[in-house]
Design a protein around this ligand. Structure first.
Ligand SMILES: N[C@@H](CCC(=O)N[C@@H](CS)C(=O)NCC(=O)O)C(=O)O
Length: 231
């Protein structure tokens, strides 16, 4: 899956990251899948350095510095930039399918936010947590309907959309093992996709090895409904 790219003409890329962030992970998977050299600097999002606040318009990671003096933000935009400077593209060629993939990538971004995955691990109120779980479940049912049912989202080829969803699917696995919450229950295509993506080197190497412990620590720190389910 890794594509050899001539690095001579590529810009210098530096990613500003937070070890737990699934949005940063989307961009790292893309960089690794395309064999692009990059630097990474981790910050503590709970106590971000002053320079980060200057650099990041929304105070969010990922931020990518390009050739030291240019800045990119928004994970899907960074994914596309990395993809476009290293042809051939990991997006499908068909323009409608490509546009639909972009829409579903945005959908995945919503699923990871406060009304989705992050809300589940953050929420202190049982009823509110149940509401988020049932809302994420109905959104995942929609996703299940549009998945190809093959190895990857569109078929047999790994595409940018696979890189965009792997971080969330990795955290669903952690939620299941840490808290016995299986949000993919009864969704066979998404379960198979999760298994497939977790075998890829670009996915496995896109996080720090201690991610499972860090994720557990984060759930415990939020002290919400999921913290009570930790084992
Ligand atoms: N839409 C953004 C979302 C990025 C995002 O929410 N990152 C989180 C960390 S996982 C963040 O930086 N949060 C800090 C904040 O909201 O203040 C993207 O896709 O890059």
């Amino acid at each position: 899956m890794s594509i050899n790219t001539s690095t001579n003409t590529l810009p210098k890329l530096k990613l500003i990251s937070f070890k737990l962030c699934p949005y940063v992970q989307r961009t790292v998977i893309t960089l690794l899948a395309k064999g692009v050299p990059y630097e990474i600097e981790y910050i503590d999002l709970n106590n971000p350095p002053a320079w980060f606040k200057v650099l990041s318009p929304l105070g969010k990671v990922p931020v990518m510095q390009v050739n030291d003096d240019q800045v990119l933000f928004e994970s899907s935009v960074i994914q596309e930039y990395v993809d476009e400077i290293t042809p051939p593209s990991l997006h499908p060629d068909d323009l409608l399918l490509k546009a639909q993939n972009r829409a579903w990538i945005a959908f995945g971004g919503e699923l990871m936010g406060m009304n989705g995955l992050h809300g589940i691990v953050h929420e202190k109120d049982q009823q509110a947590c149940d509401t988020i779980v049932s809302s994420i479940r109905s959104l995942l049912e929609r996703l299940e309907q549009v998945h190809s049912g093959q190895r990857f989202f569109n078929g047999e080829q790994f595409n940018l959309i696979d890189a965009a969803y792997a971080p969330m699917l990795m955290r669903f696995e952690l939620l299941k093992s840490h808290c016995q919450l299986d949000v993919l229950e009864g969704l066979p295509k998404l379960q198979a996709w999760q298994r497939e993506l977790m075998t890829l080197e670009a996915v496995q190497n896109s996080v720090v090895p201690e991610l499972p412990q860090l994720y557990r620590g984060m759930i415990s720190h939020y002290d919400g409904v999921m913290a009570k389910r930790l084992r």
